[in-house]
Design a protein around this ligand. Sequence first.
Ligand SMILES: Nc1ncnc2c1ncn2[C@@H]1O[C@H](COP(=O)(O)OP(=O)(O)OP(=O)(O)O)[C@@H](O)[C@H]1O
Ligand SMILES: O=P(O)(O)OC[C@H]1O[C@H](OP(=O)(O)OP(=O)(O)O)[C@H](O)[C@@H]1O
Ligand SMILES: [Mg+2]
Length: 288
Amino acid sequence: MLRIAVPNKGSLSGPAADMLHEAGYRQRRESKELRTVDPTNEVEFFYLRPRDIAIYVSSGRLDIGITGRDLLVDSGANAEEILPLGFARSTFRYATKPGTAAGVADLGGRTVATSYEGIVAKHLADQGVDASVVHLDGAVETAIELGVAEVIADVVETGTSLRNAGLEVIGEPIMKSEAIVIRRTGASADAAEDSAEPKVQQFLRRLQGVLVARTYVMMDYDCRAEHLEQAVAITPGLEGPTISPLHNEGWVAVRAMVPAEDAQRIMDDLYDIGARAILTTAIHACRL
Ligand SMILES: Nc1ncnc2c1ncn2[C@@H]1O[C@H](COP(=O)(O)OP(=O)(O)OP(=O)(O)O)[C@@H](O)[C@H]1O
Ligand SMILES: O=P(O)(O)OC[C@H]1O[C@H](OP(=O)(O)OP(=O)(O)O)[C@H](O)[C@@H]1O
Ligand SMILES: [Mg+2]
């Protein structure tokens, strides 16, 4: 039975459960359940605090886990990223009251409040900046107003929390984060001896299938045979489009996967070269 750690709360938990559900795995029915077994797929899910997941996975007791890249780095645990999942995207940044500091180099001698001490202490050391770090559990934007720190380092998505606290970012982002699948460091290298390996690979293929189904649509259209090369250049597909003859002499039907975010532009480009009956349909699941 494959053992997988899943975030039980916070920004990661809902989207992670949705993705697992879309990949065909049974998920817990209510938020108090700490573990659940999916007997059909021979997987056991453990619902754990996002911050603890890298520690469980590095211990080798759980085969893989879903967490945030920033949480993995912060933990310093012996685990590595094996698949980015594209949700819970954020940056990790310093922020302060306007006029306090222009860049990271100005943080020497200051106090920085953060929930991510591991990331911040290492970044300051790498930059050669001697600042003290105060650990807070959350809502760190308030730390400056209440005089606990002069600077914060925190997760920024839309920037709304910073704006509401009257803070502005300083310097470049310390890192970019998103949800990721992690595995114990070196587990991939030991794969030949690991009986869980085929199940791990099947799990990753299923999640990749969900990612592709979310980011691509299927496009079908008809075009004149003499325009086919131009059309294929616009819709190259993943491995090459499917071309079928039409009953009308001199016309072909083309089918190719295209990135969903470009679909409208691609339809315009195809129309301009004379393609007609251009349709897009959602992909619900796929295995590449
Ligand atoms: N507003 C946000 N937008 C996108 N990702 C976020 C946001 N807040 C936190 N994250 C990401 O979620 C992960 C942190 O999850 P965690 O559950 O610890 O925090 P949280 O979502 O802030 O929940 P909590 O309310 O328990 O603090 C990190 O990977 C972080 O980058
Ligand atoms: O840039 P934004 O879109 O405002 O998002 C970033 C905020 O979201 C998270 O906070 P959360 O609400 O989880 O509270 P927390 O600080 O207690 O973790 C994060 O810690 C930031 O405060
Ligand atoms: Mg939070």
